[in-house]
Design a protein around this ligand. Sequence first.
Ligand code: ZN
Length: 265
Amino acid sequence: MLDELRNPEYTGENRCWPCTVLNAIILLSACAGVTKLYPGTRTRRLGVASAVGIVGGAAIALRGYLVPGTPQIAPKLAARLSPKPQPPAETGSLAGEPDEDVGERALSALLDADIVHAVGESLHLGEGFRTDWRDEMTALRSGNLGAAVRNASPSLVTTESVNDDEYIVVTTEGDEIENERWLSRPVAIAEVAATRALDEYDIDSDVRVQSASALRAFLNDCPVCDAPLEVTSADNCCGSGTSSPLAPPDEVLACPDCDQRVFTF
Ligand SMILES: [Zn+2]
């Protein structure tokens, strides 16, 4: 009998989750309404409310929805609640997947060119390079950032600007959609500016984007708005960044004004 009632169009794999949630909310308010307004003793009211709850709950479970028209309304409501495409948890970089060998060569190139120098145990960014880098960042704030990203990328890529330029989505030509990288605006500006400045310092093109990616750790001020960056946890600024709710949040360098991370430690 249950199978006859089941509506495969809106249940199982096809279940419309916004419809289910919306209907569950409507059903709960109906039950609450019955408990408050239905005439009779308290026991009777509770009895009717649970009957409404059981029948309505079964309808949602079997048919996918309770209120007629929900499959037309609920997805639009859900779309209005989250109108922006959501970036992936990982912060994208021009450099793509981290590669230990290239990372080491990038660091030694930076040390050889005296862009980065060691003081005791820690590394510091040379002030001359910092100034040149900041000039490039300021220049990039106006103009077509997508085109600048394409020019700076070592491979042939397409770019798309999403969420009012909040992100530049970079896709390597010929790659599947999973390989797209979401560069936040501060990261895109910082990395493209760094590759331009590194070019002036004769850093090899094959380690330039990796060097640019690593250099973000040395930023003091936001690439977009010049506000001083803060070391914080990802939970406090811009999403946990980890897919597991049990994993500790990443420690990040973030702009408090743009609400965007610039580097993940
Ligand atoms: Zn900022």
